[in-house]
Write a protein that binds this ligand. Structure first.
Ligand code: NAD
Length: 354
């Protein structure tokens, strides 16, 4: 796999990167890569689902701003510019959207709009700044055209089901980002993440793997929604985060959408059994009806698998960490008390590297 730090030569001066949502699960792993290659990194995060502990308490090339993204962008001085913008801030996941649809939709749409307006004039010398926005496999909606290709049609349920608003808000983000690319010349890349898992992901917002691992470590029943035959592809966050700076740096990626994930398919029941096996748990699998887990009429997607041809051909992406390894690492992170998922001592300051 092409790792950013190896693929990108050191620039003559250090890049200044802005990472929105950088205290979140994927964001923190991305920040690790950017700091390791010597960048100056500004993180803006309101800590709504992110955790300050995900980032180093002190690193001389990291600036942490706890704020809503749109407020922070408005407060930057006029002369403050960035070489690269990574937009990961969002209300993440279907459970959060169902619990609080208004602020979730507003977050996903208005924060992205603010970020793109800012990006259009805050690159070096006031030029548009290269920008990557995080999208989601949810954008495909309930399409059954497996595997999902970036140019496929998307299929959504009615607007009376708030479940689809996450997909629609992310799709609108993509439209807006691509429109900034076309109309304002913004160098834009859209990364559609499929299920991303690994150390640092917490289960409170319905994320499946940490939820399963926590139950397994407690030898408690693992709740699988539906009959467990719905399938997903899980990719380790360390693989996902590593490819983002490479996508950003690739001229061939500009103005395009990329699936980012793994194409190894697993049913949710298989995932539960894998977790039980790897953690040597005495848990059993308990099937829960969707109507008991979510509101009646909840539509889950039976299958979701990315076609990775485009990201493979453009930047040589290949997931390198097996799901078994990820499960073991998540279990040891959770057993260890869910501290920072990253050993920041290993991310040396560039000064000490020379
Ligand atoms: N984890 C996955 O499997 C997955 C899958 C598809 C897409 N994504 C996308 O990847 C991105 C990162 O997701 P994640 O899994 O790291 O989730 P996360 O919840 O850990 O990260 C999102 C971060 O954004 C911050 N945030 C939210 N609203 C904000 C605001 N208004 N201003 C500033 N910060 C704000 C949160 O505090 C959090 O730190 C999101 O855009 C998400 O939609 C994730």
């Amino acid at each position: 796999m092409a790792h950013a730090s190896a693929a990108n030569p050191q620039p003559s001066r250090r890049r200044r990167c802005l990472v929105s949502g950088g205290a979140g699960f994927i964001g923190a792993h991305l920040v690790r890569h950017l700091l390791a290659r010597g960048d100056h990194v500004t993180v803006v995060d309101n800590l709504s689902t992110g955790r300050r502990i995900n980032l180093p308490e002190f690193h001389e090339q990291l600036r942490f701003i706890e704020a809503d993204l749109s407020h922070a962008l408005g407060a930057f001085g006029k002369g403050e510019t960035f070489d690269e913008l990574y937009h990961l801030a969002a209300a993440v996941g279907v459970s959060l959207i169902i619990a609080d649809p208004i602020s979730s939709i507003e977050t996903n749409v208005s924060q992205t709009s603010a970020l793109l307006r800012f990006a259009a004039e805050r690159g070096p010398g006031g030029a548009p700044a290269p920008t990557l926005i995080a999208s989601s496999s949810e954008v495909y909606g309930k399409s059954t055209a497996i595997p999902f290709r970036e140019d496929d049609d998307v299929v959504y349920g009615p607007t009376t089901k708030s479940r689809w608003s996450y997909a629609m808000s992310k799709a609108l983000d993509e439209h807006l980002a691509l429109a900034y690319g076309q109309q304002r010349g913004l160098p834009i890349v859209v990364a559609r993440f499929f299920n991303t898992v690994g150390p640092g992901q917490v289960g409170e917002h319905g994320m499946v793997l940490p939820r399963f691992v926590e139950r397994a470590l407690a030898h408690a029943p693992i709740e699988v929604y539906g009959d467990g035959s719905q399938s997903r592809c899980f990719c380790d966050v360390r693989d996902v985060a590593a490819i983002l700076p490479t996508l950003m740096a690739s001229p061939a990626a500009r103005g395009r959408v990329f699936n980012v994930g793994s194409d190894r398919v697993l049913t949710i029941a298989e995932l539960a059994h894998a977790v039980i096996r790897i953690t040597a748990s005495k848990s059993r699998v308990a099937m829960i009806r969707y109507s008991d887990a979510y509101a009646a009429g909840f539509e889950d997607l039976l299958r979701r698998k990315p076609d990775l041809t485009r990201v493979r051909e453009t930047v040589g992406f290949e997931p390198s960490i097996t799901l078994e390894q990820t499960i073991a690492d998540v279990a040891s992170w959770i057993s260890g008390g869910k501290g920072s998922p990253i050993d920041w001592r290993a991310v040396s300051h560039p000064e000490t590297k020379r």
